[in-house]
Structures are given as structure tokens and as C-alpha cells.
Design a protein around this ligand. Structure first.
Ligand SMILES: Cc1cc2nc3c(=O)[nH]c(=O)nc-3n(C[C@H](O)[C@H](O)[C@H](O)COP(=O)(O)OP(=O)(O)OC[C@H]3O[C@@H](n4cnc5c(N)ncnc54)[C@H](O)[C@@H]3O)c2cc1C
Length: 374
């Protein structure tokens, strides 16, 4: 099974933290022949982050004491150590990822886009912008930044998504933001600091306490502190009056955002949509079953329930009510997926125990839902 050099044991698609992290875990499996392709540059998504955007989870070098830096994707590395900052920008984190790939000689082919994936008797046949590839297994690590979610909103084309530079460019006067979770409040605090008056519209009022201690359902402490400071200026309004239903520009250059229930708010510039991202499975979409809410259904090994041998890594990972939307969460599965692939091919996977020692391997998902006592 391992004799044909033209067939990769596994191919990673995407070179963000999930793709590079999984490739690094796969390197710890004895004798695995792997490749990785990236349609842009390593860390492409982070290079596209608006320049003012930073991570909200902190980076800190706790590695020597069993508390691996929350944004590391390899047990022996720490973005805080290599970058010298605790809340990196996208460009800084892309620099960390590039350094990691270089140091550990991760075999990534940049500027190579996968356009089709076909399941075959041998595994997978993939067409890329640089030619075809055959692999026994595939790990989809294509991310979701390229798939901003557009809410059902009349006139949505008159707004800027929070993932774009336009949403972060300096504005004055009244600003309206639709969506009040992390990214909505991030861009709101940014514009309040710049002197604007901002109204955030979200009927689910995520700025209130939230459920439980899981940061996927509760605002980060950093955001809560920033919101408190922004509210103190008197120029931030958090409105849970209703769902935004439409955006209408007028001849004077104003924008009216209609709210369900009949009210409205006015903005002096294009409203901002902080409505998150969809899963963005690209050419792998048809190979995953839908969970019923747009996100892919996976088995306990993060493998497609439709297509054996196709795994998913990254922030689109969901199991029951668990969301793996932060680096420190989905990185727990790199070594697990690597071990599943390695064991199927009969390889020695003992090298992955170093990932467990570093607190970067969770194979029992029932351990993830723990609540903090206080
Ligand atoms: C504004 C913002 C703030 C965030 N803050 C935090 C935070 O504080 N802490 C945290 O843990 N997480 C945070 N996240 C989430 C984190 O950034 C994402 O989880 C992370 O980017 C996902 O990594 P990834 O490797 O899955 O995807 P990406 O980094 O998007 O990588 C996917 C790669 O796949 C490539 N690709 C896609 N399709 C193809 C194809 N067909 N062929 C070849 N290559 C392809 C893309 O070019 C891209 O480089 C934040 C996200 C955003 C948007």
C-alpha cells in the first residue's frame, strides 16, 4: 500500500494554522508521505486580515509548564515567544506560521488551488491549478474567512462585512453595526476609539452574560473590558430592539437600517455587517453531509460521514454542541486525526504522544464540555 511513490498517503488542503498544524502532527507519524497545497501564500487568510484586527485570545509562553501557548500549533513553539506580542495582528501570525513551516520543513506548495476532489477506489483524485494529485486520505483545512456570511437583509449590498478593510477604515459621525458578538464589538470599539458614535444592533444581545464558561458562547474578558471603556464614552449604544431587516441609502448619503418591529437607526456611512462566516468547504462541499445547520457532519474522528478518508480540521469543526472555533480548541484534534490516518496505514504513531504531553491532544470529546466552578 505504501509502495507507489506517485500516491501521497495524505494531502492537506490549506496552509493556515489548521493545515500547518495538522501537517506538523502528521510529520510525527513514522514514514508518512504527505503533501500540502495552498492557493495563496502560507497564512494567506491572516495576510488578508484588516490591519487593525488582532487576535482576542492572548498568547503567552507557558509551554515549559504544561500550558502550551493558546495560539501555538506545534508543542515546541509559541507565537508570544517568536513575535514578542500577546495579541498578534494577522500579518504577525502569518509570520509565525511561515517560520514554523520553514523550521520544520513542512512540504507546502503555495499558489496551488484545489479545484475538484473526487473519491476513488484508491482514495482521492484531486485537480489543482498546477496539475493532478492522488492521495489515500485528504484533510480539508480550507478555513472559512473566504466565506463571509450575508444575513437575509434587504439592501445587504450597501454594507461592508467586518472582514473587509473598508469596515475598519476611519469613519466619523454615526456608524451602525449589525451583529454584536466578538467581531461586531471589536469593530465597534475600534470606531468609538476613533471618535465615532456607534450603534450595535443584535436581538440576541450577546454582550450580556452569555451561557456557561465556554468562550465560544461568552465574550472574551478583553472584549468585555473594551466594551466597558467604549460605553463610558457615551458614544456606544448596544441595541437588542430587534433584528435588522433592511438597509436603504438615500440621496444625501445617509443609510437607514430598518429594525423588525418598525424602528430604524441612521448611519452616516455604509453599515457594517459583523455576521460571521459560513463553513466554506469549497471543492469538498459535496463530500460532506450537512448537519442541518450548514455545518458539516463528522464522525468522532473528524471524518466525513459521507466520504471515508476525508477529514476536516479548523474552526468549522463541530461535535454535538461543541464548537472548535478557536485555535486552542481545534488544535486538540491535529494529533488525533494524524493518529487515525497513521494507524489505518499501519504506521508507528508513538511520536504523537509528545502532543498529548503538551496538552495538545484530545481524543475523548466528552472531556471538552467542562464548566468552571467559579
Ligand atoms: C477577525 C477574526 C479574529 C479571530 N480571532 C481569533 C482569536 O483571537 N483566537 C483564535 O483562536 N481564533 C481567532 N479567530 C479564528 C481563527 O482566525 C480561525 O480559526 C483561523 O483563521 C482558522 O484557521 P484555518 O487554518 O482553519 O483557516 P485559514 O487560516 O483561513 O486557512 C485556510 C487556508 O486554506 C486556503 N484554501 C482555501 N481553499 C483552498 C483551495 N481550494 N485550495 C487550496 N487552498 C485553499 C486559504 O487560502 C487559506 O490560506 C479569528 C478569526 C477572525 C476572522
Amino acid at each position: 500500500m505504501r509502495d507507489d511513490p506517485a500516491i501521497l498517503d495524505t494531502l492537506d488542503i490549506g496552509a493556515g494554522p489548521a493545515g500547518i498544524g495538522t501537517a506538523l502532527a502528521l510529520q510525527a507519524v513514522e514514514g508518512l508521505v504527505q503533501g500540502a497545497v495552498e492557493r495563496g501564500q502560507l497564512g494567506e487568510t491572516f495576510l488578508q486580515w484588516p490591519e487593525h484586527v488582532t487576535f482576542l485570545t492572548p498568547s503567552f509562553t507557558g509551554n515549559g509548564f504544561g500550558a502550551t501557548d493558546l495560539k501555538s500549533v506545534h508543542p515546541d513553539t509559541s507565537p508570544a515567544f517568536s513575535l514578542g506580542v500577546d495579541y498578534p495582528t494577522g500579518a504577525q501570525y502569518a509570520w509565525y506560521l511561515r517560520g514554523l513551516a520553514k523550521h520544520f520543513a513542512v512540504p507546502v506548495m503555495p499558489n496551488t488551488e484545489v479545484t475538484t476532489i473526487t473519491a476513488t477506489a484508491e482514495g482521492f483524485s484531486l485537480a489543482t491549478s498546477k496539475g493532478s494529485v492522488v492521495a489515500r486520505t485528504v484533510v480539508w483545512a480550507g478555513g472559512e474567512f473566504h466565506n463571509p456570511r450575508q444575513p437575509r437583509l434587504a439592501g445587504g449590498e450597501h454594507a461592508d462585512h467586518s472582514a473587509t478593510a473598508a469596515a475598519w477604515a476611519a469613519r466619523s459621525g454615526r456608524i451602525v453595526i449589525v451583529g454584536g458578538y466578538e467581531s461586531g464589538l471589536d469593530v465597534a470599539c475600534h470606531h468609538v476609539a476613533g471618535g465615532a458614535s456607534v450603534t450595535v444592533v443584535d436581538p440576541d444581545h450577546p454582550w450580556q452574560a452569555g451561557n456557561g464558561s465556554d468562550p465560544s458562547f461568552r465574550l472574551s474578558p478583553r472584549t468585555r473590558q473594551r466594551v466597558k471603556a467604549a460605553l463610558a464614552t457615551g458614544r456606544l449604544i448596544l441595541s437588542d430592539a430587534g433584528r435588522a431587516t433592511g438597509i436603504r441609502p438615500d440621496a444625501k448619503g445617509l443609510y437607514t437600517v430598518a429594525i423588525a418591529g418598525g424602528t430604524a437607526v441612521t448611519a452616516d456611512s455604509r453599515p457594517i455587517l459583523a455576521t460571521g462566516f459560513g463553513p466554506g468547504l469549497g471543492p469538498a462541499t459535496h463530500l460532506f453531509e450537512d448537519r442541518g445547520n450548514g455545518w458539516p457532519l463528522l464522525d468522532d474522528n473528524d471524518e466525513s460521514t459521507l466520504t471515508p478518508g476525508l477529514f476536516l480540521t479548523g474552526a468549522a469543526l463541530r461535535h454535538e454542541s461543541l464548537k472548535f472555533c478557536f485555535v486552542y480548541k481545534y488544535r486538540q484534534r491535529f494529533a488525533h486525526v494524524a493518529r487515525v490516518i497513521g494507524e489505518r496505514l499501519g504506521r508507528d504513531c508513538s511520536g504523537l504522544e509528545a502532543w498529548r504531553t503538551a496538552g495538545m491532544l484530545t481524543d475523548d470529546l466528552s472531556c471538552c464540555g467542562v464548566e468552571c466552578a467559579c
